[in-house]
Write a protein that binds this ligand. Structure first.
Ligand SMILES: [Fe+2]
Ligand SMILES: [Fe+2]
Length: 188
């Protein structure tokens, strides 16, 4: 199995692609056009299904291990659990806004846009903060034994969108993300 720290780094790349996909739908909607509802709904479900149940809890475990190994190195990452709780709440708010909007369109259009944008901004900031402070500290301080110990305590959960198995509910979202990454590779 891959080192858990590289899995977390890969999750960040994946989540960034996911947020880009959501932003495309939000921009479409803000411009007065109809977004792809399947894609929006799949994103709203996914953020509760994987980041909230695997990625953030695993980072909390890594931070604990880092505190034990080197309290000074852990200091810049203190507050991470609070940020995870806040992002979990924003993800639930976003999911709720999607459901309300689908039931009552277009009455909740502004609410939906605000909630989605708050979620996107918070998660992007959080990812940047961890890439800058937390991951380098964990990569420098944790020993192979620490990583082995962590590997024993991971939640038993596959990523249903970016993982190996194809889950029916995410097929269209997965294609949407792949198409865009192929297009941007061709453009650059
Ligand atoms: Fe995090
Ligand atoms: Fe993270």
């Amino acid at each position: 199995m891959a080192n858990i720290l590289s899995t977390l780094r890969q999750d960040h790349k994946n989540m960034t692609q996911l947020l880009d996909a959501l932003e495309r739908q939000i921009d479409t909607f803000a411009a007065g056009r109809q977004p792809d509802l399947d894609i929006v709904l799949a994103i709203a479900n996914y953020v509760l299904e994987y980041p909230d149940r695997f990625h953030h809890p695993v980072e909390d475990l890594v931070l604990d291990a880092l505190r034990q190994r080197d309290a000074d190195a852990a200091r810049p990452a203190e507050g991470l659990e609070r940020e995870h709780a806040r992002i979990g709440q924003l993800a639930r708010d976003f999911n709720g806004a999607v459901e309300t909007w689908m039931a009552e369109e277009p009455a909740r259009r502004a609410d939906f846009l605000d909630t989605a944008r708050a979620f996107i901004a918070a998660l992007r900031d959080h990812i940047a903060h961890e890439d800058r402070e937390f991951f380098p500290a964990a990569e420098a301080a944790l020993t192979p034994d620490d990583l082995d110990q962590l590997a024993k305590n991971l939640p038993d959960l596959d990523d249903p969108l970016f993982g190996a198995a194809d889950h029916d509910s995410y097929v269209r979202l997965r294609h949407n993300i792949l198409e865009w990454s192929a297009d941007s590779a061709a453009d650059s």
